[in-house]
Design a protein around this ligand. Sequence first.
Ligand code: NAP
Length: 254
Amino acid sequence: MATQRTVLITGATAGIGEAIARLLAGHPFRLILCGRRADRLKQLADELSARTEVHTLRFDITRRQEVAAALDSLPPEWKRIDVLVNNAGGAHGLDPIQSGNVDDWEAMIDANVKGLLYVSRGILPGMADRKSGHVINIGSIAGREVYAGGNVYCASKFAVDALSRGMRIDLNSAGVKVTQISPGLVETEFSLVRFKGDTSRAATPYQGITPLVGKDIADLVLFVLTRPDHVVVADLVVFPTAQASATVVNRANR
Ligand code: NAP
């Protein structure tokens, strides 16, 4: 039987992160679930505890001291983190750059870039010291291609791409694996957040197509985590079949 690994998942309260938690709970992993919404963390932990050991950490990844305090609060038996899934984040707004909302810009840069860095800075030293570990960064097709109104979200995900490559180089001598998974359209709460709760606008990206769902990304996470020691899947781009690029989406063939 495979050794049980400890996985910390940011953004486990919804969408892709929640799906990753649900899938990994049925395999040899124990889970540290993170997010801001305490009720959802508790509900998911209660449910998954029947299948594996679960610990929860409630913090806002944009707050540096909060991140450090949360990681420091881990009991000794949870301090060794074998796998870090940097998933928390999202998009805020779709405005042209010239009329962009500066609060939205800050929220995206703070979560998608700085938050990922704060969490990574707390966890990577342990992996480097132990000369083992695996980091999975959830990037986006928005980190490869820019689209109208995507400006700052795209910039933040281009940064995740650069950080994933940089991590892979800097952690190479320690044998720590780094994987980036860059999805196209996944139906989660992503668009609801982007369009500030406007449900009809939030539905438009997925209209006329069968989008990816969180489980599709979770399947890839499980795949990369179960490769042999000598194999690292460095970079994956995944689309729904109806999508060919950030902007080419076939809405006619559903
Ligand atoms: P989602 O359903 O909105 O989930 C986002 C998760 O991130 C939630 O669990 C949320 O938890 C957490 N989060 C957001 N801001 C946070 C903060 N400041 N501090 C702590 N946690 C925070 O969206 P999703 O689609 O699953 O997105 C997950 C990742 O996939 C994001 O990085 C996103 O950019 C990326 N992605 C999504 C798509 C897509 O089409 N959906 C495509 C490509 C990439 P709380 O609100 O409880 O804190």
